[in-house]
Design a protein around this ligand. Sequence first.
Ligand SMILES: Cc1cc2nc3c(=O)[nH]c(=O)nc-3n(C[C@H](O)[C@H](O)[C@H](O)COP(=O)(O)OP(=O)(O)OC[C@H]3O[C@@H](n4cnc5c(N)ncnc54)[C@H](O)[C@@H]3O)c2cc1C
Length: 232
Amino acid sequence: MFRRARPTFDVHVVAVTPLTSALVRLTFTGPTLGDLSIEHPTQWVKLAIPEGHSRAYTIRHHRPAELEADIDVVLHGNGPLARWAAVARPGDRAQLAGPRGSRPSFEGAGHVLLAADESALPAALTIVEQLPPGVPVSAFVEIGEAGATLPLPERAGLTGHWLVRRPDRPKGTLLADTLLAADVPDGTTAWLAGEAHAVAGIRRHLLTDWSLPRERVHAKGYWKHGESDHKG
Ligand SMILES: Cc1cc2nc3c(=O)[nH]c(=O)nc-3n(C[C@H](O)[C@H](O)[C@H](O)COP(=O)(O)OP(=O)(O)OC[C@H]3O[C@@H](n4cnc5c(N)ncnc54)[C@H](O)[C@@H]3O)c2cc1C
């Protein structure tokens, strides 16, 4: 069996916009970027840099008519992509391959629970923006400092919980501990993404302690402590 090749897009950076102390928005353009087919929230691409490394990143916005796409990158400082993004300048070349990722279903949800760290905040925001109106949403986001919040979309029934991690605390543990203590209303569909151990712990808790059906818990490890290029 051959895997279908993903479309690739030669791009370059056109704008670098700091969003918070932890997140920078890179806006890319390329001659064929209008053909990137983004159809649902959380879709992602492999972002490849000239040094040869590539990692998964969410397409935060796609503006096909302008041949532009935004990717919001966590400046965690430890890996080749984070280091590249920290010094990226207009004109820097890269390649995007994709999109990838299945559509998370929220059909019939009476309540949507989102749990994310900074790496999954861009994807969580694509969900909030595209959910049908009327469904209450609780979004729990772990961040590294109080100044690292982003404005949440205007939406009735959206409650944002910004969880500010102390510097000595391993990333992901505050999110996991908070979710382990949180109420989970009947009819909840959950979407969880971030550090892999944290996500696995929250998923287990929702399935076993709250008896959520498997199809109502979408969970993906976006990165893993101590592991480069984690495949979730
Ligand atoms: C579907 C999907 C969508 C994603 N979307 C985004 C996105 O929109 N924005 C985004 O920033 N990330 C996103 N990620 C996560 C991103 O792919 C990883 O963080 C990736 O490891 C970064 O590559 P790197 O070269 O910087 O570090 P790597 O070389 O992969 O890792 C080097 C070291 O850094 C650590 N590390 C990796 N990521 C983080 C982090 N976020 N915080 C702290 N330490 C880390 C690793 O544990 C390792 O020790 C997504 C991941 C997936 C699977």
